[in-house]
Design a protein around this ligand. Structure first.
Ligand code: FAD
Length: 465
């Protein structure tokens, strides 16, 4: 490898080896190609290589390894800490591999490594099928699944996204393509389910699907003064409700949506976003008690195709705004911790910012802790404090809100670690705690498949053991 990394020739050197477009700093389209969903990360890679197949991915991994430059792997580009981009390295962009092929008989989907949740939901919905995943449709299936994948609406019923991963094709650090499943490279398959992007580039995922077509759900906004009652009710109710009930609690400034009375738009409220995936005839019986948890300001609950709820909040989080998040799992949502939420939640600083509490009980807890790398199977909830705002001038105010809230709530979590996919960049020291007893096994598997830590732009597990 004689081509100097920081040269036009280096871009050509990659271009010669891949079929997808490769964009360097002197090319048209560089600004768009390098842009991050989270505008806090203004990085200047040497090249962005938009791979279109396994061979492209193998080639780009090889070039990065030989040149000794940083390698950032990007699927849906939603990494809040900015792991999908880098300075002075290569961005391996999987957005050219976005196919979804559903096998309705087997109830599985074969999904390209760069596919988005919206791609998966759209293709599966045609067959009345779905799998639990996040609820902003522009999020990548790859990054979400590898870190675990909390589906606020379907995880109580069908587990985490990674619990539905049946197999994966992985380009490893030596540039080879391997298959990972329960029968083949089983250790690698175990690590992929929760261990994040540490072990290679996943070019294809096989996911189990379940019969989900229509759901009854949507947001119910309550007066802020009732937040304590609503949150205590949500905590108790969701845990004893049938697993077909999903949804989350949130603090939010009421956005300018048509179903919210104009005079209440801009008020800070609390809400429960509901999702009933059971029989539609039972929906009223299950959802009515939630309405009576407090005085309702506005609601938008009804029957809809599952992908409609999955993309209902997309417009609140367009690409190019700024993000700073911190999160925790929660062993038990105690009255003391609710008091902390009541102090910090109402200070939510902007209409796009929020604090969410997702349920992680039910089917998530059916999986034995040692069966996947995902940590904290015994947590009942996951808390995510998400600062999201458009203007750089507001950085300090938002970051301060998230940090203060987190500092106050973390002692009530019951855990040191958090959810890999919601953690901030500076949370790297929490990674070991995320995985607890599974960490030494992850270090060994990392050493086997990526001994030089080529895949290090992530919540990193260093090779060890
Ligand atoms: P990218 O920035 O493309 O990738 C992030 C990292 O993931 C990469 O650096 C790489 O390390 C790894 N990676 C991605 N794809 C691959 C691949 N194919 N092979 C190997 N490594 C890969 N999470 C939930 O669990 N539930 C939610 O409801 C949810 N909602 C979200 C909503 C928003 C608006 C955002 C911004 C994030 C949300 N997340 C949610 C968090 C999400 O799971 C993570 O941000 C995840 O990393 C996104 O994956 P991506 O492919 O879009 O990101």
């Amino acid at each position: 490898m004689t081509t100097p990394a920081a040269s036009v020739d280096f871009v050509d050197h990659i271009r010669d080896r891949v079929r997808g477009p490769v964009v360097g700093p002197s090319d048209d389209g560089y600004e768009e190609a390098r842009s991050s969903y989270n505008a806090m990360h203004d990085r200047k890679p040497l090249a962005v290589a938009r791979c279109v197949d396994d061979a492209d991915v193998m080639a780009v991994v090889g070039v990065a390894r030989e040149a000794g430059v940083p390698l950032a792997v990007r699927g849906g580009n939603h990494s809040v800490p900015g792991f999908g981009t880098c300075d002075d390295g290569i961005v391996l962009d999987l957005s050219g591999i976005r196919y979804v092929r559903v096998d309705p008989k087997a109830r599985t989907a074969r999904v390209g490594g760069g596919a988005l949740l919206g791609d998966l939901d759209h293709a599966s919905h045609a067959f009345g099928l779905a799998t639990p995943a996040g609820f902003i449709s522009t999020t990548g299936v790859g990054g979400l699944t590898l870190g675990g994948g909390i589906g606020a609406y379907l995880s109580r019923r069908y587990g985490l996204t990674c619990d539905n991963l049946l197999s994966a094709d992985v380009v490893t650090a030596d540039g080879q393509l391997v298959h990972a499943s329960a029968d083949e490279n089983a250790d690698l398959f175990w690590a992929l389910r929760g261990g994040g992007g540490n072990f290679g580039v996943v070019t294809s995922l096989e996911l189990a699907l379940h019969p989900v077509k229509e759901i009854v759900g949507g947001p119910i906004f309550f007066e802020l003064e009732a937040a304590g009652d609503v949150l205590r009710f949500y905590r108790d109710y969701i845990r004893r409700a049938p697993r077909e009930l999903g949804g989350f609690f949130a603090f939010q400034i009421a956005p300018p949506l048509p179903f919210i009375p104009e005079e209440r738009q801009g008020d800070t409220l609390c809400l429960v976003v509901t999702s009933w995936a059971g029989s539609p005839e039972d929906a009223d019986d299950v959802l009515e008690p939630i309405r009576s948890a407090g005085p309702v300001v506005a609601e938008h609950v009804g029957a809809m195709p599952y992908p409609a709820l999955q993309s209902a909040f997309d417009d609140l989080v367009p690409p190019g705004i700024r993000h700073y998040w911190k999160s925790d799992f929660v062993r038990a949502l105690t009255d003391e911790s609710i008091a902390v939420h009541l102090e910090h939640g109402p200070r939510v600083p902007s209409v796009t910012s929020t604090m969410h509490i997702y349920p992680t009980d039910g089917a998530v807890q059916d999986v034995a802790p040692e069966d996947t790398a995902f940590g904290h199977r015994d947590a009942d909830f996951s808390v995510n404090i998400a600062g999201m705002w458009p203007d750089a001038a507001d950085d300090a105010r938002h970051i301060e809100w998230v940090r203060d809230y987190y500092a106050a709530i973390h002692p009530h979590s019951g855990y040191d670690g958090g959810y890999t996919n919601f953690m901030a960049a500076e949370d790297q020291e929490r990674v070991r705690a995320n995985y607890g007893d599974a960490y030494p096994r992850l270090e060994r598997i990392k050493k086997e498949w990526d001994p030089d830590n080529l895949f290090r732009l992530n919540q990193n597990i260093a090779p060890g053991g």
